[in-house]
Design a protein around this ligand. Structure first.
Ligand SMILES: Cc1cc2nc3c(=O)[nH]c(=O)nc-3n(C[C@H](O)[C@H](O)[C@H](O)COP(=O)(O)O)c2cc1C
Length: 400
């Protein structure tokens, strides 16, 4: 039997674990319809705005965080959607009628205050509209966080539990809480969500950031008439933080996790699953390349599963967790020592890094080849990462 990508995520069945994250790729249900036609398993609709006034987004509001020409991430200060809640509910009903086999989650809620009646009202409306479930946006890192919503809810165990329980008690559908990465005691927030009856946790949202400053005009980027605000950072740059968050939450609760943050390739997806996620959400990769990446994601994941002998996603959810330990549990019974092979090009980068950030263990000989003094080498590993020639510097274990 070939492996299957199908998942039952918190009671919602989808043909594969790949969902669009709540973000520009889910700005309208017409767009979600298009992504489903291309094969996406599910989607979290763009976070609903309770007060229409909030839909007046600033422009521009999205920028790329780059190293040269390479996009490392995006920064944004987007808040609103162009639709009213009533329009979203009608469109959600039509979307679900057309796509009964895909997961449609509704993201709640940008409000100008923490009003229980608003959260309950919207939960009721979208339960009736046939949404498969809810994602509670307790993690928006800019704008709403300053106004008491988003990440400021996700930073408090008490608020996570309180607001989640408003929605959980108002709907029969699964409720997932989207938690921020940069909080004290993320596992505590996940436990608070579980106590409230949440069916799943998703993590992470964007990371609060200052993308840059124009050094001539002193204007922060992205500039709106010369002024700026803190922005949310997404994409490749945040993947290590997202993986850590997923692993931390997976170790704290026994409800399913939707992993988000810097997923571009099928290999990224595998890592998130190994860290404990059983569905995956993607925004930045779609902003960069479009919905069509779903073909490669599914094909790559299937090939990997076949190669590894996994018949379903459940076979490897959290498989890496037993290998993630506390720092003091890691072995000190050996050290590694660095050495280079003949492919050394004599650039001297390892020499400079070791001398100025390490142990002065490397020099260049007359032929400009790196020579390692194994007595001085502390085995930190830095040289092998600054070396531009792949595989030139290797680290060999020595017992101590
Ligand atoms: C322009 C932009 C707008 C976003 N809007 C929302 C939103 O409305 N609600 C939400 O929960 N997350 C929002 N996000 C965050 C994404 O859903 C996602 O959590 C984050 O971008 C990390 O995933 P990625 O690295 O795949 O982009 C937004 C992200 C971007 C880049």
């Amino acid at each position: 039997m070939p492996p299957s990508l199908a998942v039952n995520f918190a009671g919602v069945c989808m043909p594969n674990p790949f969902m669009l994250a709540s973000a520009p790729p889910t700005t309208t249900t017409e767009m979600v319809d298009r992504c489903f036609r291309q094969g996406w398993g599910g989607a979290v609709l763009k976070t609903l705005t309770y007060q229409v006034s909030l839909s007046s987004n600033v422009t521009p509001r999205i920028a790329a965080y780059k190293d040269g020409d390479e996009i490392l991430g995006f920064t944004n200060c987007e808040l609103g959607t162009p639709h009213t809640i009533e329009e979203w509910a009608e469109d959600t009903y039509k979307l679900k009628k057309k796509w009964p086999d895909r997961g449609v989650f509704v993201s709640l809620l940008h409000t100008e205050g923490l009003f229980e009646n608003q959260w309950r009202e919207v939960a009721r409306m979208f339960t009736e509209a046939g949404a498969d479930g809810f994602e509670l946006n307790f993690s928006c890192s800019h704008g709403m966080a300053e106004a008491g919503g988003g990440a400021s809810i996700g930073s408090s165990d008490e608020l996570v539990e309180k607001v989640a329980s408003w929605v959980v008690t108002e709907t029969s559908k699964p409720v997932m809480t989207k938690l921020p990465a940069m909080v004290n005691d993320l596992p505590g927030k996940a436990k608070a969500a579980q106590r409230a009856g949440a069916a799943a946790v998703s993590t992470i949202n964007t990371l609060n950031s200052l993308p840059g400053i124009d050094i001539r005009t002193f204007s922060p980027l992205n500039s709106v008439d010369g002024l700026g605000a803190f922005q949310g950072l997404s994409g490749r740059a945040i993947k290590p933080v997202a993986l850590r968050s997923v692993a931390q939450v997976a170790s704290a609760v026994n409800i399913p996790i939707s992993g988000i943050g810097g997923i571009y390739k099928w290999q990224d997806a595998v890592e998130f699953i190994l860290a404990g996620a059983s569905s995956l959400q993607i925004c930045s990769a779609v902003m960069e390349y479009g919905y069509r990446i779903i073909g490669d994601l599914c094909a790559g994941l299937l090939n990997y599963m076949e190669e590894m002998g996994f018949s379903g996603i459940g076979d490897f959810v959290g498989k890496a967790l037993p290998n993630i330990k506390k720092h003091h549990d890691l072995s000190r019974s050996y050290r590694v020592k660095a050495s280079a092979d003949d492919s050394c090009v004599g650039c001297g980068r390892c020499v400079a890094s070791c001398a100025d950030s390490g142990y002065k263990a490397i020099s260049l000989d007359e032929a400009r080849k790196a020579v390692f003094d194994s007595e001085s080498c502390d085995g930190c590993g830095l040289c092998s990462h600054v070396c531009p020639v792949r595989g030139c510097i290797t680290l060999r274990k020595e017992a101590v």
